[in-house]
Design a protein. Structure first.
Length: 339
């Protein structure tokens, strides 16, 4: 089966072709970072317009680079939600219309399911069951994963998502958008220096007794420091390091607690923040200590992309005979447990 994957949930247009036997044949990503950087965040209307502008050329480009004709496609998978309503509408309308024209099924995929399954694109994928840590600009969740479509929420953020906290903190420090790479770059500079950090930021809900998260307090702590000190480049570097360490500690300890609670021996981490080097190092070390194994997506599949949607669509087609096909609906708000 050859599946076309379409991802338009937010500010990136991702297109991919996945073959159930040959794997990923090709994928293309049109980033909108420069479009939104001047605003310090995603502008929904601009995102929608950019998807409209690029979706057809990118589909054609990806088909050509994959040596696949439209008539060779067996199915289309598109992001149905959650996400920005206007952006989702672009992908959904294109997918359903193309499916109708080609007389092939088009199915909606949950954006987080795409992320959750993205490590299956790697040469050493996990096997079910496992615990998944989903960390992105819009979500921070721990999920108990038994199989395709069988997910149980273990814990989630009660306020800001971790990626959102990175962006807000970067903005307070006068860094660029997106905030994750900007803060990580400064934090790594401090780590290499070998100095001791003068700033210790709180680890919210670290000892809460549950698997929920909170990150808004970290932003407030950074705001307090920014008012107390003259923000030189040296101070920015030190605060960035303190912030990243606090986030990594919380995400790591909650993930280890989730493994112990479920008894599972595999941890999957996915989403944009899963590209953070310090987080990967810490989680790898801690999982090894308890005899568990950790799986990550390749760096190119950490952020939103069409490959994860094509893969999820392929797995859905093979595992679910009751799929709702060619239904033109979007779900800007959609719990993964309901998927």
């Amino acid at each position: 089966m050859i599946v076309l994957g379409i991802e338009t949930s937010c500010d990136d247009t991702g297109i991919a072709i996945y073959h159930t036997k040959r794997g990923l044949l090709g994928h293309t990503l049109q980033s909108q970072t420069l479009t939104h950087s001047d605003y310090g965040g995603v502008v929904p209307e601009l995102a929608s317009r950019d998807h409209i502008k690029h979706i057809l050329p990118i589909v054609n480009q990806t088909l050509k680079s994959s040596n696949i004709e439209r008539e060779n496609l067996h199915a289309i998978a598109y992001t149905q939600g959650p996400g920005l309503a206007g952006a989702l509408l672009v992908g959904a309308s294109f997918a359903v219309a193309l499916g109708f024209a080609l007389k092939i099924p088009a199915i909606g995929i949950h954006h987080l399911e795409g992320h959750l399954l993205s490590p299956f694109l790697s040469t050493t994928p996990p096997v079910f069951p496992f615990v998944a840590l989903l960390v992105s600009g819009g979500h921070t969740q721990l999920m108990e994963v038994h199989n395709i479509g069988h997910y149980k929420l273990l814990g989630e953020t009660v306020d800001d998502a971790v990626g959102e906290a990175f962006d807000k903190t970067a903005k307070l420090l006068g860094l660029g958008y997106p905030g994750g790479p900007a803060i990580s770059k400064l934090a790594n500079i401090f780590s290499i220096s070998g100095k001791s950090n003068n700033f210790i930021l709180p680890r919210p809900m670290l000892n809460s007794g549950n698997l929920n998260f909170s990150f808004s307090g970290l932003k407030t702590a950074v705001l307090t420091l920014s008012k107390k000190y003259k923000i030189t480049q040296e101070i920015k570097i030190e605060i960035a390091h303190a912030f990243q360490e606090a986030v990594v500690d919380v995400l790591t300890e909650k993930s280890i607690a989730a493994l112990k609670q479920t008894g599972f021996k595999q941890l999957v981490i996915a989403g944009g923040v899963s590209a953070n080097t310090r987080l990967r190092e810490n989680l790898s070390s801690r999982t090894k200590e308890i005899g568990a194994t950790i799986f990550y997506p390749d760096h190119e599949f950490c952020t939103d992309n069409g490959a994860m949607i094509a893969l999820a669509g392929s797995m859905r087609f093979q595992n679910d005979s009751k799929l709702v096909k060619n239904s033109f609906t979007i779900k800007p708000r959609w719990d993964l447990e309901e998927n």
